[in-house]
Design a protein around this ligand. Structure first.
Ligand code: UD1
Ligand code: UDP
Length: 352
C-alpha cells in the first residue's frame, strides 16, 4: 500500500510523527511525506524532523506567507501533480490548516481515498479559517478518524452517517506523540524560574484583532509581576506585536522552541495559558491546568471536566482565571484521548 501524508504546519509534524512511527512497523506500506512548506523557519519545521526523527519529506512545495486563497490554490495545484505521479492508495491529512484542505481537495478530485486524522472537531465559529478547513475536509474524506466522543457526536449530528464515509473513533495521535517523546524532554538553553506559566499565542482571532491582542498582553504583564510567564512566540504574533508597538516588558519572550523543549516546559510549568488547539490537550497529557484565551474550543471535554477554563481575551477574566487555576487541585485520571493507541488503530483501519 502507498500512502501520501500531507503536512505543512507545526502541529502536523507532531501528529504525523505518530503515524510515521507506526507505519515503520509495516514493510508493506510505503509512506511518502509531502511538506507544503506552509511553515518554513528552522524552529517551525526542520527542527521537528531532525529531533523527532520523522522521515524526510520527498517533496517540499515551499508555499507560504500568502493569503488564504493564494496559499490553498497553489498547494492544490502542486499536490495534484504529485498525486498523479505517485498514484497513492490513500492521502492522509491532519487537522485543520490550509495544507489540510488543499491535500484533501486535490485527492478528492482525482478519486483518491482520503483519511482525515482529527476529524469531527467543531468550534461552531465559521469565522475561524480552521473551522472552514475542517468542515470541508471532513465532508470529502473517506475515513474520518475522530479523536474524541464529541467529534463522533458532531459528525452524527451533521448527518455524516448518511454519507459514504467510515467514522472511526481512533483517539488522539497527539497523545501517542506526547507519551512516546515524554522521556526525551529537553531543557531549553534559556534560564527558567522554578515557578512559571507556559504561554502561547498565535491564532488569527487574537492576533488579527488589536484590541484582543493588547488585552491579552496587558493581562500577561500584570500576571508576570507575581509569577514568570514564558512565552515561546510564534513568528506571526511576533510580527504583529512589532507592528503594533505592543509593550511586552516583564514577559519572558523566547523564540519558538522544539517539541522536546516544549515537553520539558509543559512538564515543569505550574499553569498553561494558550489559544493553541494542540497545547490545550498537551497541558492535560502532562497534568497541568490550562486557561484558554479563546471564546470557544473544540476540546470541550477539557472544559466539562474542569481541566481547562475558557476566558476569551478579557484582561480581568484572564487574570482571575490564572489565579483560580494556579491553585486548583485536579484529578487527571480520566482517559479522554485514547491513551496513546490512536496511530495503531488508524494504520490498521487503513489496511482494511
Ligand atoms: C497556521 C494554521 C493554524 C495553526 C498554525 C499552527 C491555517 C489557516 N492556519 O497558522 O490553524 O494553528 O498554523 O502554528 O492554516 N511565519 C513565519 N515563519 C514560519 C511560519 C509562519 O514567519 O515558519 C509567519 C509568516 O509571516 C506567515 C504567518 O506567520 O505569513 C502566518 O503563517 P500561516 O502558515 O499563514 O498561518 P499560522 O498563523 O502559522
Ligand atoms: N509547539 C512547539 N514549540 C513551540 C510552541 C508549540 O513545538 O514553541 C508545539 C506544541 O507542543 C504542539 C504544537 O506545536 O504540539 C501545536 O502547534 P500550534 O500551537 O502552533 O498550533 P495549533 O495546535 O493551535 O494548531
Amino acid at each position: 500500500m502507498k500512502i501520501i501524508t500531507i503536512v505543512g504546519a507545526r502541529p502536523q509534524f507532531i501528529k504525523a510523527a505518530a503515524i510515521s512511527r507506526e507505519i515503520e512497523k509495516y514493510s508493506d506500506i510505503e509512506e511518502i511525506i509531502v511538506h507544503t512548506g506552509q511553515h518554513y523557519d528552522k524552529n517551525m519545521s526542520e527542527i521537528f524532523f531532525e529531533e523527532m526523527k520523522i522521515p524526510r519529506p520527498k517533496y517540499n512545495l515551499g508555499i507560504n506567507s500568502l493569503s488564504h486563497g493564494a496559499m490553498t490554490g497553489r498547494m492544490l495545484e502542486k499536490i495534484e501533480e504529485i498525486i498523479l505521479d505517485e498514484k497513492p492508495d490513500f492521502v492522509v491529512v491532519f487537522g485543520d490548516t490550509n495544507s489540510t484542505l488543499a491535500g484533501a481537495l486535490a485527492a478528492k478530485k482525482l478519486h483518491v481515498k482520503i483519511a482525515h486524522v482529527e476529524a469531527g472537531l467543531r468550534s461552531l465559529n465559521m469565522k475561524m479559517p480552521e473551522e472552514v478547513n475542517r468542515i470541508l475536509t471532513d465532508r470529502i474524506s473517506d475515513i474520518l478518524f475522530c479523536p474524541t466522543d464529541k467529534a463522533v457526536e458532531n459528525l452524527n449530528s451533521e448527518g455524516f452517517r448518511n454519507f459514504e464515509t467510515r467514522i472511526v473513533k481512533s483517539g488522539d495521535v497527539m497523545q501517542d506523540t506526547a507519551m512516546f517523546y515524554s522521556k526525551f524532554a529537553k531543557k531549553p538553553e534559556f534560564e527558567i524560574s522554578e515557578k512559571y506559566i507556559l504561554a502561547t499565542i498565535h491564532r488569527a482571532e487574537n492576533t488579527d484583532v488589536p484590541e484582543r491582542l493588547k488585552s491579552i498582553f496587558s493581562a500577561f504583564k500584570e500576571i508576570s509581576k507575581t509569577i514568570d510567564i514564558v512565552l515561546p512566540l510564534h513568528p506571526r504574533t511576533k510580527k504583529i506585536i512589532e507592528n503594533l508597538g505592543l509593550k511586552t516588558h516583564g514577559i519572558k519572550i523566547v523564540d519558538p522552541v522544539s517539541y522536546l523543549e516544549v515537553v520539558y516546559l509543559l512538564k515543569n510549568a505550574n499553569l498553561v495559558m494558550t489559544d493553541s488547539g494542540g497545547v490545550q490537550k498537551e497541558a492535560f497529557f502532562f497534568q497541568k491546568p490550562c486557561v484558554t484565551l479563546r471564546d470557544e474550543t473544540e476540546w470541550v471535554e477539557l472544559i466539562e471536566n474542569g481541566y481547562n477554563l475558557i476566558v476569551g481575551a478579557n484582561s480581568q477574566k484572564i487574570i482571575s482565571a490564572s489565579l483560580e487555576m494556579l491553585n486548583k487541585e485536579i484529578d487527571y485520571s480520566r482517559n479522554l484521548y485514547g491513551g496513546g493507541t490512536a496511530a495503531e488503530k488508524i494504520v490498521k483501519e487503513l489496511l482494511k
